[in-house]
Design a protein around this ligand. Sequence first.
Ligand code: HEM
Length: 546
Amino acid sequence: MAGSLHGQIIESLTPGRVFGSLFLVFVGLLVLDHIWKPTYPENIPVVGYGKGTLASLQNFCYYVFRYRDWVIEGYQKYNKQNRAFVVPAAASRAPDIIIPRSLTKWLLEHPDSVVSAHEAHNDVLYSDYNFLGKVYADDVWHTRVIHKSLARHLSSLVPGIEEEVAVAVDKAFGTDADNWKTLSLWEAWLTIVPPVTNRMLVGEGVCRNIGFCKAMVSFVDQVILNCFALHMVPQIMLPIFGPLITLPNWWMWRKAAKHSLPVIRKRLDDMAKKEAGDPAYDDWVAPEDFITWDIRMAKAEKNYFELDPYVISKRLLPIQFAAIHTTVITGHGIILDLLSSDPAKGYIDGIREEAARVLKEEGGRWTKNGLSRLYRLDSAIRESQRLSNFSCTLMERKVIAEEGITNEEEGWHLPKGTFLTVNLEGLHHDDDLTPNANEYDAFRTSRQREEYEAKPQSERSLEEGLRLKNLGMVTTSDAHLPFGHGRHACPGRFFVAHELKMVVANLLLNYDLKPISERPKPQWIGVTVVPPVDAKIELKRRKGTV
Ligand code: HEM
């Protein structure tokens, strides 16, 4: 009897039924996710298909393709009237409340223990899994290292970065001064950014190692892919699917660590010997890079866990994620925006003239001071970051205080678990904030800065000087947000400004480039841009520059 029942059960387990049941369980868990999501106040309007079960299903299905349209619609309907609105999210995530510009200051004033950037980043990026362990997600030590050390060592980093840029640009764009060459702009930036950025992270040598750079780029690509997959996984199943989906990350880390671990071990050893007063190290100075800064901070704070070479090699991972594709997308956008501008506007010639002049004044080598005087290039980059934004919304924050947060003026209370963000897409394309906001005006801010610089000293006012300085690409505001704003604004932006300026200056000084008739358009997947990676450019090395 028992045997026949057993047989019947086995017989009834067809692959279709097993798959169907698993699918139903999966959908059931997603519905549970939906029910467990924090409830937002009724008086905050919603975009997308609205509320209710059918609408929620439609929101889930169309989130990937319609998110940007919803963000634009909500900006016009609500944010412009200083009202917040709710935008649907991926199946497993709580929706975002997109606040108007008038509430940015209010949002940023909350302490991290009430409204958390860190928790929001961890949720969006599934950091517990993607960055190889909860310990690396819970304590953002790596971010503290960058906050503490990067900006203060910028001047001394410039010569190394300049050297790396020269090598990488030659490699990416070639040295043939006789023939025009057509190449993928995306591939070129992917050839340049990893070694140049890694000169600051892991130092000379490893930064040029192709195996290391490839592993790091693959790691970052994998994190992005994993995030899309994990967005579809019910929260309750994350402890199972999280480690499974992120298994390739371990493989890529191992490939990179093969190259970085020997350098980390040697650095630990060298620094220990120097500290112990070994006479062989009297003249030895530690290279200024992330590895040294990390070790220094760990020693200063007596944090022995962070002195483990494996830990240091893993601390590099979230920084690679923050640094590589953001810079590649930005650099790619700048060149496309410049090449597709009307040549009669003279942007490229203007930037080239300025770069040649300032470089000559600096004696032929870039310095922090020289780079800060590239007003036209600074303006062209800032303008591209504004117009060709890489994300629709940014500065994700999560309410973590048990009691939630209240905004008396708006008359709403947001429970723990609420996600808030700002409308980058709307703000960056608003004619009321930027005249002709949809036009790429490369010299939008440099015209004023150059006019000011041309005035005699007696006619310059300190106030005006300060106002104009704040138009620089690294200055954030509640309307200019490519690097975020407030205390969690990107601490890498000062470095990026140097890096991008050196790459673009090098490119324009050493190559002739053909204009592009129309700027290739990006696609959008949910909140994120997919740049036109198949865009090609035509260029030729200028005679006498090799
Ligand atoms: C063009 C390139 C870059 C762009 C557009 C960019 C953009 C951003 C943005 C928007 C944020 C703030 C996120 C928020 O408030 O939620 C951020 C944070 C951060 N960025 Fe960048 N970034 C770039 C390059 C870099 C580089 C090169 C580094 C590393 C040296 C870096 C390291 C970081 C870190 C550590 C944070 C977290 C800061 C914190 O939470 O306090 N970024 N970045």
